[in-house]
Design a protein around this ligand. Structure first.
Ligand code: BTN
Length: 262
């Protein structure tokens, strides 16, 4: 079990994690953070759950976070100390912070655009960044991160858009969830002032999965195929079509997959 007392004594990290709301079980930490934001909770508020019963993923999918084996948390950023206009690239910062925490533990994680974290080519973490509105105005953002730590948190492939793994299986060793959470917060705090910077984009680009491959970016209504050339400053994916023309797409509910792989 995560211990609220131990966590509390290690927080805040770079101003993140105070106040701390810890729940043995909650619907979704992102939803709880949104409620807290409406009630005037400050920048840096952290919601951590031992279990989520209605965890949410991108594009309306659900996210599996069973008791005691996953890491599931949400950070409230803004209204002071964070410009919610940056919400579109916030997810990347979350993914990069997870990747770096995995690297510290000896793993080579990569980012599947926009912000899935892959280890051994399998999904180990997901990020859900949402802009929040209070009184009809864009006021804050919520950065929700879910990591499969023990194998019990890696769901059956049939439930997923992409096959999953867990940190402990891929790294072949025990992972302390509290230490992992603190390391990810350290990364978020480190990158937050540089959101939109070239340094962040370079660090992101260096960890992109499938770069240079032919990929399809699609939702149920659209599918665009091209060679994956990178990402731009707004977090859009840049593809080159057969004539070498650039196509730029914002994440929204889009899903990336590799095509023509031998
Ligand atoms: C995805 O890969 O589709 C994103 C998954 C994001 C899951 C996290 S777990 C903590 C936070 N609360 C939620 O309901 N979702 C995010």
């Amino acid at each position: 079990m995560l211990s609220q007392k131990d966590l509390q004594s290690s927080l805040p990290v770079h101003g993140l994690g105070e106040p701390l709301y810890y729940y043995p079980s909650v619907g979704s930490t992102n939803d709880r953070a949104a409620e807290l934001a409406e009630g005037g909770a400050p920048h840096g508020t952290l919601v951590v759950a031992e279990e989520q019963t209605r965890g949410r993923g991108r594009a309306g999918r659900s996210w599996f976070s069973p008791q005691g084996s996953a890491l599931a948390f949400s950070l409230l950023l803004g209204p002071d100390g964070f410009n919610p206009a940056y919400s579109n690239v916030l997810g990347v910062l979350g993914a990069l912070s997870v990747v770096e925490a995995v690297e510290t533990r000896g793993g080579q994680a990569l980012i599947k655009w926009p912000n899935d974290v892959l280890l051994d080519g399998l999904k180990v973490a997901g990020v859900l960044a949402e802009a929040g509105w209070v009184g009809g105005r864009l006021s804050h953002a919520i950065l929700g991160i879910g990591v499969n730590v023990l194998q019990a948190s890696a769901p059956d492939d049939r439930l997923l858009d992409f096959p999953a793994t867990s940190l402990e299986i891929s790294l072949g060793k025990k992972v302390d969830r509290q230490r992992l959470l603190l390391d990810i917060l350290e990364g978020v705090g480190k990158w937050l002032p540089g959101l939109g910077s070239d340094e962040l984009r370079r660090a992101w680009r260096d960890r992109l999965a499938f770069l240079g491959e032919r990929v399809s970016v699609s939702n149920p209504d659209v599918a665009v195929v091209g060679t994956y050339s990178g990402i731009d400053s707004d977090g859009r994916i840049v593809l080159l079509d057969r004539d070498g023309e650039e196509l730029r797409l914002s994440a929204g509910d889009l899903h990336l997959r590799v095509v023509d792989r031998n």
